[in-house]
Design a protein around this ligand. Structure first.
Ligand SMILES: [Zn+2]
Length: 242
């Protein structure tokens, strides 16, 4: 037996329109601010499959702004060349951005010691929360054989309280790549531009009062109770006062 084909009430799930270019909800779209940057070095962004943050993710801004950037989604790749989708790569000319406890300065360290960042042709960055980045790190042993770049961010992340990270020096993928590029000798205007776009994104998300899932998870406050009395589809039958 079939029930009558009633109209389903989707009023509660009508979603915000999505931008066709960046696929973010339009309130979190910054496509109007994207300008292609003149960059020399290559950037490879390895994105954890669960890190496709449609609202605050910063990797997509990098990919849209840096013509030499490549964004790949996955958990493991056999080597750097495979992740880049090409043949052999000279590993000595690449570095991975990953915190190094032993390093006290902003520097690139290789097997033989410290190497000048300006000698690099490309950087690899792991996109995800700290725990997801660590997963990528352990699942791709070749990363550990690469030169490693450590950064010491001088300012807290533009994310602010929208995203909780365990340590102050963990900033967004965009902010770390921006700082890394400057360290490598790219024009500082690129870093300034990226920070500007990212600040616009965070501001738009704040203005729209969207609470991203990451911040929601870390919030300990219970949800406020629902306010009753909203649009009820029922027809009042007992309204006659007799
Ligand atoms: Zn967009």
């Amino acid at each position: 037996m079939r029930g009558p084909k009633g109209r389903s009430n989707l009023a509660g799930s009508v979603s915000d329109p999505t931008c066709a270019t960046c696929r973010r909800p339009s309130v979190a779209c910054v496509c109007d601010r994207i300008v292609s940057q003149p960059i020399q070095r290559r950037v490879l962004i390895l994105q954890h499959p669960q890190e496709q943050d449609a609202i605050l993710g910063s990797a997509q801004i990098l990919a849209a702004s840096l013509p030499t950037a490549k964004l790949v989604v996955g958990l493991s790749w056999p080597n750097l060349g495979a992740a880049l989708g090409q043949g052999e790569v000279d590993l000595r000319k690449w570095a991975v951005l990953f915190p190094d406890r032993e390093s006290t300065a902003q520097q690139v360290t290789g097997r033989g010691g410290v190497i000048p960042p300006t000698s690099l042709e490309g950087i690899v960055v792991l996109d995800g929360t700290w725990s997801k980045a660590k997963t990528l790190w352990w699942r791709n042993p070749w990363l550990n054989k690469m030169n490693r770049m450590s950064l010491r961010p001088s300012k807290p992340s533009i994310y602010g309280h929208l995203r909780a990270e365990p340590r102050r020096e963990f900033v967004s993928t965009l902010e770390s790549v921006a700082a890394a590029l400057t360290l490598c000798g790219e024009a500082p205007e690129i870093e300034a531009y990226l920070a500007r776009v990212f600040r616009t994104l965070v501001q738009r998300v704040r203005d729209a009062r969207i609470i991203p899932p990451a911040a929601r998870r870390s919030a300990s406050k219970p949800r406020p109770p629902r306010t009753g009395g909203a649009a009820s589809p029922r027809t009042p039958k007992d309204s006659s006062g007799q």
